[in-house]
Every structure is written in C-alpha cells, then in structure tokens.
Write a new protein. Structure first.
Length: 226
C-alpha cells in the first residue's frame, strides 16, 4: 500500500487554508461594498484576458494583503478577475495579521518569522501546479508609483498620522485614507487596471519561457545520451 507522508500534504493544505476572495469579503465587512464595486469595474484588456484564458499550466496565486490598505482595495479585485479568467488559475488570500507560518511551507525567499513589517503589501505569490514557489509581484504596477509618490508629496502628514493615537489625529488620518482610496480607484479605472493585468501577464509569460527552456535543456540531455 502506498504511504503518503504528512509533508506531501503540507503545501496543498497551506494553500487551501487561505481565504477565497468571497471569504475575504466577510473578513473585511467595512470595505466589502467597495471591493465589490471595484470588482465590477475591472475589465481586463482583451489580449491579456485571452492570454489568461489559454494559459496552459495550473497556477496557484496567494495574495498577502493588509485588509484596510488602499493598495489592497485597488489591486486585489484585479487579481481576482485574473484568477477568474482561467479554469487553471486559483487565488487565495492571506491577511497580514493572520498566522503566517503556513506560508513558510510555500515561499522559499521570504522570512515571515517576524511578520510583514519589511514587506510592501499587497504581495502576489505565484505557485506552480505542485504548489512550488515560482515568483512574486507587488505591491502595485510600476506605473502606479508616480501617482502614489505625487499624492504623498501633497499630503506629507499621511504617514505621520498613521502612528498617532489621539482621536483628532486618527480622525484626520481616516479622512486622508478615504481620500487616497477614492483617488486610487480613479487612477486604476483610468489606466492602471490595464497596467496591472499586463504586468501579471508578463510575469506569467516569463515563467513559461523559463519552463520551456528547462524542457529544451532536458530534451537535449536525453538526446545526447542516445
């Protein structure tokens, strides 16, 4: 009788223990409506959607997110749309305040023992059909950085207020957070939705090229042995 080790089940268990997008909406009820609105707004570019639909390999995505972060509001619905575009894609979501020990089973190049303070979130982790780590992406498309930097220059108090505890400072911060979330939504619906989808497509294409190169190398070695 074949014996299956506990270790062989660790990766799929770690993945399936994370949240689906629908389950994440119940974790973040304050932002549920906004996330649903964003999901309804996302339209993948036709060429990118066609690429995702016909992507040949089973691929698992994990999004590590901060639930109330504006970048999460902007980016996560795009990732969900990409995952929905192909029957070979599956997306799960992990909140930054969750127990991250299971992610250590899946990700080779991240140290999560001390939490996520050193990471820019959201972070997309890409796994192959056997739940082996392939790549990561985040927190936003490169073209979005200029928008965010310009906004921060106009509102230099934003980051300082995030750490303040007085009611007045927290109220001011909450107002700025809402303003940034709204403006980011406008940016993404203008052009950044497309940029985000295209970057994910480029990442997947690069993984395909690498896998093809590995297959060619293996075939050459087998031919040389004959």
């Amino acid at each position: 009788m074949k014996t299956i080790s506990v270790a062989s089940d660790a990766k799929p268990l770690a993945f399936t223990s994370a949240l689906t997008f629908a389950e994440f909406l119940t974790v973040s009820p304050i932002y549920r409506q906004l996330l649903r609105q964003r999901a309804a707004e996302v339209r993948l570019p036709a060429q990118d959607q066609d690429y995702f639909v016909h992507y040949p390999d089973m691929t698992y995505f994990i999004a590590l997110v901060t639930p109330d972060d504006p970048d999460t509001m902007a980016v996560l619905p795009i990732l969900a749309a990409i995952a929905d575009a192909s029957p070979r894609f599956e997306l799960r979501i992990v909140c930054d305040e969750s127990d991250l020990t299971l992610l250590d089973v899946l990700v080779d190049d991240l140290d999560l023992t001390n939490g996520v303070d050193e990471l820019d979130l959201p972070l997309l982790i890409v796994l192959d059909e056997e739940w082996n780590y392939q790549a990561r992406w985040g927190p936003r498309p490169a073209s979005a950085d200029a928008y965010v930097e310009a906004w921060m220059e106009r509102h230099p108090e934003y980051e300082r207020l995030a750490d303040e505890e007085s009611d007045e400072d927290q109220a001011t911060f909450a107002a700025l957070l809402e303003k940034l979330t709204y403006e980011m939504r406008v940016w993404y619906n203008t052009s950044l939705n497309d940029d985000c989808a295209h970057e994910i497509r480029t990442l997947l294409a690069r993984l395909q090229e690498y896998a093809g190169g590995q297959e060619d190398e293996g075939a050459n070695r087998r031919q040389a042995k004959r």
